[in-house]
Design a protein around this ligand. Structure first.
Ligand code: IVH
Length: 685
């Protein structure tokens, strides 16, 4: 039986927290969590209320009518209602929308299914994250600026809008008949007032420097600014107006959205040049994909696109349902944050023995994929953030990164949550976990023979960036360990086809394939082999640097800390870790075993080429290749690929969806920034 009292309590807690969020956001200009996380909570509340309507309270945030006009400004009725948009989130929902409107289109009476219905044309733009505003021009002169308000009535913010440089006080007088009529009579221009991300950042830095609380986000600050009663204050804040609609009393004067945008530009108003007309669902999808990453480079924030029927008469004919026109939708990108619950916290032992706590989550969709686990980094991190088993938490995932917990929502606790206690022993081999003085945050399983460690080490050795043995992924490695066929990396080369045939996972063909894939890797390149050994601190580039400087495994094994530190990119910590690794008897035995089995890395000599001596860092993702490919191509031409920007970095390649850290570092050090096109030019030399 479901405990209705518990559900009721949960709903009450959700209401309190959501209302806290709203109060902070709308009244105090502060953000206590992201909009996506708050949406996720609202979603949970709506689901509860849908299931148990008797739990709905009149003050529930789900019962709110949005955007009543503010007192303090003159209230003005809009010439036509300012509508909102319904959302679609994926190809299927987009297709359903197109099917719906196609069926409703005048002239598209029911047909047999194999007939193509009348084709629609669409117009697409980025959905800007700001606040909507209507500008009214009479005979070309700005008369009034009105906020959206409740859609019917908005606030007269003319004095404030007049301070925005990109709003013309008089429309540009174009010689030529086509646009001239817009300078006569009433022309209404609707659009979004936005603050650019860069300018927001600068303002916020200033704010913090003066000891004042930081602003939540650009939209909030733009909205707060426009509602200031003092226009002088508005003039100090950089705001921009980007139009998306052009309205005339005679609506036929603006036949399509494409025409509207062109006209707006002629009249001296910003209308996004990336907006464009498209002809099919396929083209809408292409546009969506194209901007999914690139949108992060736009000056303003956006969480999606707007798709409208291009033909405005048809758009009007389709009418309105609720608060949204049938002929337009917002095509949203997946939220990068959501809320869920921590079901359990367990320990995962890595190949170096590091004991990392991992949260098992109630599955939730974040950034378009289902997330069930999140790394918690280490014990200290859990303590600092006070994450407990049973907690409701905000999870975050951006791009390809491992999902992480942003924070627990402590206000949603009901007392049943349990603080995490770090186990004292390895969950796998029961060895007592240990901490070294050097790394106080990390507990490790010190047992070199710990099955979890071996499993991860062997996986790493066989992985793509190391020996790249096809067919030897985590499951097969586990099967071979469990069958007692392998205990370490070298044992792989002993495995015979007959051994594999006895295992459930293998049949004739798969067994032959794996044995020959292993056999083909007996002469790996030196850098891949070194990287595959899993020496702490030795990543792919360090392995290459070591190979280039010492030429053979024997020489690296014999090198002293001093000699190793001479290599550019190898500091003292790395050198120590290398010497320590080769000094261990168990590692010496491992290398002997490789030798006996005929596994011998090829010796290398330094590659030189047009990029010799040049150091590259990439931030964000590239369009034409993966980062790994880019690194490989840079190295093939003699260049060095680094993971972070330093004094010796020559180029920072800036891709899409970039993080701030590397850009800031490059700016501080004056590192040259180049785009993907320039990188391709360098690689083509
Ligand atoms: S077209 C029916 N185009 O999104 C109103 N709107 O959720 C559609 N918005 O209130 C207008 N960027 O303030 C349109 N490129 C864009 C937009 C855009 C942002 C806002 C607009 C509207 C809201 C609808």
């Amino acid at each position: 039986m479901i405990n209705i009292q518990a559900t009721k309590d949960r709903a009450a807690k959700l209401r309190d927290l959501i209302s806290d969020y709203r109060y902070n956001y709308h009244v105090l200009n502060k953000s206590i969590m992201s909009e996506a996380a708050a949406d996720s909570l609202k979603h949970e509340l709506t689901q509860i209320e849908e299931k148990y309507p008797e739990l709905i309270t009149p003050d529930s945030p789900t019962q709110r009518v949005a955007g009543e006009p503010l007192p303090g400004f003159k209230q003005i009725r809009h010439s036509s209602r300012m509508l909102s948009l319904n959302d679609v989130f994926n190809r299927e929902e987009l297709a359903a929308w197109i099917a719906r409107i196609t069926k409703l289109m005048p002239g598209n009476e029911p047909r047999t299914s194999n007939l193509e219905p009348r084709r629609l044309k669409f117009f697409m733009d980025i959905k800007m994250d700001g606040l909507a505003c209507a500008l009214v021009y009479k005979n070309g002169v700005l008369k009034q600026a009105i906020t959206r308000g409740d859609g019917f009535v908005g606030e007269d913010v003319t004095a404030n809008i007049r301070t925005i440089e990109s709003v013309p006080l008089r429309l540009r007088n174009v010689i030529g008949l086509t646009y001239h009529k817009f300078l006569q009579g009433r022309t209404e221009i609707r659009g979004e007032i936005v603050m650019y991300k860069e300018e927001f950042k600068k303002l916020n830095e200033k704010q913090i420097k003066s000891g004042l609380p930081a602003f939540a986000n650009p939209r909030n600050l733009a909205a707060g600014t426009i509602r200031q009663l003092d226009p002088k204050l508005v003039a100090e804040r950089p705001l921009h107006f980007h139009a998306y609609d052009l309205i005339r009393e005679n609506r036929n004067e603006v036949p399509t959205n494409e025409y509207a945008y062109k006209t707006l530009r002629e009249l001296g108003i910003i209308a996004n040049t990336i907006a464009s007309a498209v002809n099919s669902a396929e083209e809408i999808m292409n546009y969506y994909k194209k901007w999914e990453e690139k949108r992060h480079n736009l000056p303003f924030n956006t969480d999606g696109l707007v798709v409208k029927i291009n033909d405005r008469r048809l758009h009007d004919q389709l009418g309105v349902v609720g608060k949204a026109p049938r002929g337009s939708v917002a095509f949203k990108y997946p939220a990068e944050q959501a809320t869920t619950q921590v079901k359990d916290i367990f320990i995962s032992i890595g190949r170096t023995g590091a004991a990392t706590p991992v949260a098992m989550l109630k599955p939730v969709v974040v950034s378009g994929s289902t997330v069930q686990m999140a790394t918690l980094h280490n014990e200290g991190e859990i303590k600092r953030n006070d994450i407990r088993v049973g907690d409701s938490v905000i999870v975050q995932k951006a791009g390809d990164v491992i999902p992480e917990i942003v924070e627990p929502l402590t206000k949603l606790r009901d007392g049943s949550e349990k603080p995490f206690v770090m186990p004292t022993h390895c969950p796998d081999c029961d060895t007592k976990l240990a901490k070294s003085k050097k790394e106080e945050a990390i507990w490790r399983c010190p047992n070199n023979a710990c099955p979890s460690r071996s499993w991860k080490q062997i996986q790493h050795f066989a992985s793509k960036a190391a020996l790249d043995i096809e067919g030897l992924g985590e499951k097969n490695v586990m099967a071979l360990i469990n069958a007692g066929l392998i205990k370490d990396q070298a044992d792989i080369f002993r495995v015979k086809k007959e051994d594999l045939l006895g295992l459930e996972r293998f049949a004739e063909i798969s067994a032959s394939k794996l044995v020959s894939a292993i056999g083909a890797k007996k002469r790996p390149t030196l850098p891949r082999f070194i990287y595959g050994l899993g020496i702490r601190q030795v990543g792919e580039q360090t392995a290459i640097d070591l190979a280039n400087n010492f030429h053979s495994l024997v020489r690296i094994a014999q090198a002293t800390i001093e000699e190793l530190s001479q290599v550019a990119g190898v500091g003292e910590v790395v050198a120590e870790s290398i010497v320590e690794w080769f000094a261990r008897p168990s590692h010496k035995r491992l290398l002997d075993k490789f030798k006996k089995l005929g596994v011998n890395p090829k010796e290398v000599h330094r590659t030189t080429g047009p990029l010799t001596g040049k150091n590259f860092v990439i931030t964000g993702s590239l369009e034409s290749m993966s980062r790994e490919e880019a690194a490989e191509r840079i190295r093939a031409l003699g260049g060095t690929f680094q993971s972070s920007v330093g004094k010796e970095t020559d180029y920072l390649v800036v891709g899409a969806k970039v993080g701030e850290a590397k850009l800031v570092q490059a700016r501080t050090l004056g590192t040259k920034q180049i785009d993907e096109k320039k990188l391709l030019e360098l690689l083509d030399k």
